[in-house]
Ligand binder design. Structure first.
Ligand code: N1C
Length: 251
């Protein structure tokens, strides 16, 4: 009897694990999808889980999400696209209501802050015990952000912005998603310019003359104009507050 109870309880707990994550995913997807569009959130979920379910969680490459991205591609907003690296919090404070970040796309908003993975021989989705960001490169979470960010950057158009961290030694890190993936996907037929905003806190460690920014410039295709601005974080936030309704750029 004890064995039966343990088996049943384990089965319920396990299936709840998938069910809660799945229910939240579909609910969030529906909340984010206008009613009269063709996006079917159950179909989006299947495309999503198909990427990692039943697989070794260190063997999920970015391509595993190709189908998902074709079912739910990010929609570009020309002249309003905002990228970030090492500045997630301030980037979302500044972009709110005005600029589009990856997390403003449907998939980005549904999966931001979440952890998930599968296991060989199982059809479950696990939300704990998954490999960390750097534990192995091809983990489900890192591969998702790599693949989705590539798509988001590839459709970027007009004048785009990236907020970089000027309170770091290396504001443009070649191993970040922005430095290793997004920059390489920008195309000059779509994108006119990239403004790098060096956001600084109390300790200013880098300015627009920084070596790492030379590498950023080198990575940009000829035809994409490069602009750099140094702006203290407090100034950005005050400006955002003062012009909340009008969306004037604060750099
Ligand atoms: O590695 P990063 O920054 O350069 O990645 C940021 C860059 C942004 O422009 C986004 O478009 O790549 C995209 N992106 C996300 O949208 C995103 N949301 C949440 C990349 N990573 C994202 N995350 C998580 O932030 C992700 O799980 C990873 O741990 C961090 C990367 O942050 P970073 O190093 O500051």
């Amino acid at each position: 009897l004890v064995v039966v109870v343990v088996v049943v309880v384990t089965a319920v707990v396990l299936s709840n694990r998938t069910d809660t994550f799945k229910a939240t995913f579909i609910q969030e997807c529906e909340r984010r999808t206008p009613v009269n569009t063709s996006t079917d959130c159950v179909e989006v979920w299947s495309a999503f889980e198909q990427a990692y379910v039943g697989r070794d969680p260190c063997q999920v490459p970015p391509e595993a999400y190709d189908h998902l991205l074709s079912v739910a591609p990010p929609q570009p907003a020309c002249n309003r696209m905002l990228f970030w690296s090492g500045t997630k919090e301030v980037a979302h404070q500044v972009s709110e209501g005005c600029y589009q970040t990856m997390e403003d796309s449907m998939l980005g908003s549904v999966l931001d802050g979440k952890t998930w993975c599968g296991k060989e021989g199982s059809n479950e989705t696990f939300t704990s015990g998954c490999p960390g960001w750097s534990e192995c490169v091809n983990n489900p979470v890192r591969s998702f952000w790599s693949r989705a960010s590539a798509e988001f950057a590839a459709v970027a158009c007009g004048d785009a912005v990236v907020l970089l961290n000027g309170s770091r030694d290396t504001p443009f890190s070649p191993t970040s998603i922005f430095g290793s993936i997004e920059v390489k996907k920008f195309t000059s037929d779509r994108m006119k310019s990239l403004t790098a905003v060096l956001v600084t806190k109390d300790n200013v460690l880098a300015n627009c003359e920084d070596e790492s920014l030379k590498n950023l410039q080198k990575e940009l295709k000829p035809g994409i104009k490069y602009i750099c601005k140094e702006v203290p974080e407090s100034e950005l936030l005050t400006c955002k507050n003062d012009h909340d309704q009008t969306c004037v750029p604060c750099w």
